[in-house]
Design a protein around this ligand. Structure first.
Ligand code: AMP
Length: 284
């Protein structure tokens, strides 16, 4: 396994492989890897001849008062995990390499980025799509792997890849959880022991929504208010509780009985100083 910091070196390494007919799988991450990331990496390993994992804490996707500086970083441990998982290349660029002086180009997906997390983090998705577009141009992968944990991000990236004819297969992998249901996240490292004990309530609220829908509740306002009651006990602040159509991320007011479609129930809450997001898909 090689750890590569230079854009041109990664291009050359992967370009050589592609010329020999080798397929390339890319797993974009911000590092501090956990089992969620590893599930993506393992899938990429199964499906491709060459696997590249990017580790880049992307300043463009953090707002001015967000946790860019504090975001946990541990390249040594990440490299050990990647090596064990059979990764060929870790791409670990410097911020200056990705955004040199004079950098001026941004990719913006409209419509899908206005609600849910986009409402609370207005520049976030533009930062995500810009860096992912750059990573795609650098690695030119056949397939790229993302997690359902960041459902809106996955939907936005699929849209971008399709709209810009990128010709890359976007694979979305299920959310990997701790035993108590908490969705794995690098940010879970911020939680104090008390907060960590409270955090699984986020998933319990999603399960409550699923149970209410399955047992015939059709009024999403009522379902959301039951979730809010449960979350209010542990959450310092609720950014949003949303029940949306996973195709267009539009809020669903009344669930249609017997509909074939799926619903996405998504939440973002603050447990102390830590913002947690989670979601589940429910068959309507
Ligand atoms: P991050 O390093 O947080 O930017 O995440 C990198 C990729 O891993 C994204 O596509 C995430 O959606 C995915 N990911 C993060 N946490 C999980 C998880 N618990 N289960 C599955 N995928 C995840």
């Amino acid at each position: 396994m090689k750890i590569i910091r230079s854009i041109s070196t990664l291009k050359n390494e992967l370009g050589r492989g592609k010329k020999k007919g080798r397929s390339v799988g890319l797993v974009p991450t911000m590092g501090y890897l956990h089992e969620g990331h590893l599930s993506l990496i393992r899938r990429a390993r199964k499906e491709n001849d060459l696997v590249a994992v990017s580790i880049f804490v992307n300043p463009a996707q953090f707002g001015p008062n967000e946790d860019y500086k504090e975001y946990p970083r541990d390249l040594r441990n990440d490299a050990a995990l990647c090596k064990r998982a059979g990764v060929d290349f870790i791409f670990y660029p410097a911020v200056k390499a990705m955004y040199p002086n004079g950098y001026s180009t941004y990719v913006k997906v409209e419509g899908l980025t206005g609600n849910l997390c986009g409402k609370f983090r207005p520049s976030h998705f533009c930062g995500v799509t810009t860096v992912v577009a750059k990573l795609f141009n650098i690695a030119k992968p056949d397939a790229a792997y993302f997690g359902q944990k960041d459902a809106q991000q996955a939907i936005v990236i699929k849209r971008m890849a399709e709209d810009l004819d990128m010709g890359i297969t976007i694979n979305i992998m299920p959310t990997v959880r701790e035993k108590d249901g908490l969705a794995m996240s690098s940010r879970n490292a911020y939680l104090s022991p008390d907060e960590r004990r409270a955090a699984p309530t986020v998933y319990r609220a999603l399960q409550l929504a699923r149970d209410l829908i399955k047992s015939g509740n059709r009024d999403t306002a009522k379902i959301k208010s039951e979730m809010k009651k449960m979350l209010s006990v542990v959450a310092a602040k609720i950014d949003y509780i949303s029940i949306v159509n996973p195709e267009d991320l539009k809020e669903v007011k009344k669930i249609k009985g017997g509909a074939k479609g799926k619903l996405l129930v998504a939440v973002a809450v603050w447990i102390g100083e830590t913002r947690l997001i989670d979601n589940i898909e429910v068959k309507a």
